[in-house]
Write a new protein. Sequence first.
Length: 201
Amino acid sequence: MFNPLIRFLSLALVLVLAACSPPAQTPDSWTLVPEASSVSFVTVKNGDVVEAHHFTEMSGSVSADGMAQLTIAADSLETWIDIRNERVRDILLQVTQYPTIDIAARLDREDYADLMPGDSVRREVELQVMIAGTTRSLYGEVLVARGATNVSVATLEPVIVDMRDFGLGDAVEALRVVASLDAITPVIPVSVILAFAPADD
């Protein structure tokens, strides 16, 4: 339920960082502002029970050479129910063996060189996303907005993600069984808002 959201959050992060300002004003590198960022998603169980979840810890950066990276602490998943947090972290995300969800992308900063404060642009990006040991290439469209001193990025609409794409179908079924549920929908909508600021020298 959380893999998808990460993929898009990193998506956003990548675009955002790359979409800084004109060459003369663009810092060499950018860093994620966690407290101003959000990665959330919605799950459905038993056909009509809808619940919202999110991750609370993440970090990210974009280097001068255009390498963008996003790291999400897998055990920071918050579902608002302690036992569910534990089950999802252990059974689905396998946090002991895979403590982080990692996203990386190579960006061409020249593509965003003309973005000025107050401007925004839509972009589609390709990311390499690793969740529980499985890496997939993912694509998504985001809106990148340039502020006076920072950059923000957000998904243009909830992104629909199938957890089975990451080989987690059996894990979802295992969660259903241990929670004594009739069904857990393997496809979820994910929303992402990321904020970036110039990295300290």
